[in-house]
Design a binder for this molecule. Sequence first.
Ligand code: FRU
Length: 496
Amino acid sequence: QQSSCAPRSSDLTIERANEFITQNKNNVKQTYRLKYHAMAPIGWINDPNGFIYFRGEYHLFYQYNPYSAVWDTMHWGHAKSKDLVHWEELPVALAPDQIYDTDGVFSGSAIEKDGKLYVMYTGNNPNGQVQCIAVSEDGIHFEKVSENPVLDASDLPSNAQPQDFRDPKVFKRGDLYYVVTVSKTVNETGQVLLYQSADLINWEFKSILLEGTKEQGIMWECPDLFELESKDVLILSAIQMARSGNDYHNIDSVIEFIGEVDWNEGKMKVESIKELDHGHDFYATQSLLDDKDRRIVIAWMNMWGRTFPTAILNQGWTGAMTLPRELHLKNGYLTQTPIAEIANALQHVTEFKDVTLIDQSGEFNQVAGEVGMLDLVVNLEEAKLFKIELRANENERTILSYDNESKELTIDRTNSGVYIAGGENPPVNARKIEVPQENNELSLQIFLDQSSLEIFVNGGLETLTTTIYPTEERSEIILFYSEGKTVIKSLKFSKI
Ligand code: FRU
């Protein structure tokens, strides 16, 4: 791993960070840089923060160490976009320059009040984790308020540990502001806490919204609570969620809870629980509501505990965000569809119709591309197995296969390129999800970027998000195979 050269203590200022970025960002290696995903210009990023639609533009902040490609004392990086596809880099928004956040400006969220942009974040310091507010008139320069911290250990219920109290997601309901945060209980489980305020500065503990079980991880992170199509939705990230069948195979997982919040009691009654994405790299989600009333979610497209190829290979950067996705409910669970704006970026469409693949002899290899969108509908009535090899050549390939007996879709990155190790035990390189068919058909929308794959299955009923780092020069070929007979009813490849 690259060692960090971050300056320590109070010289971690915004000015210093911005100067470092300007002076060094041109040295970042381009090999694996993504073409249409939000990223930092240089250095390490993790969680999306402060994701908000503000004065006609989408703002995205993120957990940021500009000084090296590994995690270290956190700042908030900042970018904005008009269409959620093209991102404009902005100066670093927050630095760990106060006693209460000296060990890092950790994750948080944003809200508009009286025309100003407020952010609420976790100050990490040697005594524990506290919640803080910063305000901006122009949406770019922030001032931390003198009342900070606005929530500290004295605001915790008695079962909570003050060392793990973080990730405020703030929202308004009626005349009141609310915030959900997470904390670790004395039993080493996660819980979501609910606070309320009239002015964003003075907060009052309301309730424990939801308590996790032992199976649901040793700690929760990044809670997000919102209403969607008459249900209440809580999404959060769980550290060491226990595996169950095909679910929760990464060391940490994103869980959706669907149900109803009783706002008098401040309790959530959960009706259904599901893993939000079934790939290798999806964590720490955050959502916003925009002017078109769309609920849009974005996630960090990586996973804790992994070896990060771009850091190991001295590329000067690590980490990116997923494509923003629009959320809806179907049959009691969330669906995710890529934001509609991505359609404007699709070019040079290659199209095929009714391609029949019969056993191995039916290999189809007419499509090539490293960065683009593959959209296909296949009929599997007489198929045993259908397989796509992405970024393939003699030595490397990422395999997406559908087993028509078990009805499981598998993404396998064992031979994708640079090997990625992780904290998972046993270490699995394939991720699976059962996908029912409709009329013997399966539809797949696969977004390929220079080092990522995002697969939307059957209109977003399931998604699989995975990073890959092919090492060979020519790895743009896409191959289709079948055991039995598969009919590709329609196939489009668009460059992005
Ligand atoms: C989640 C997380 C948050 C924390 C941040 C620190 O990925 O661990 O809980 O605020 O990252 O960078």
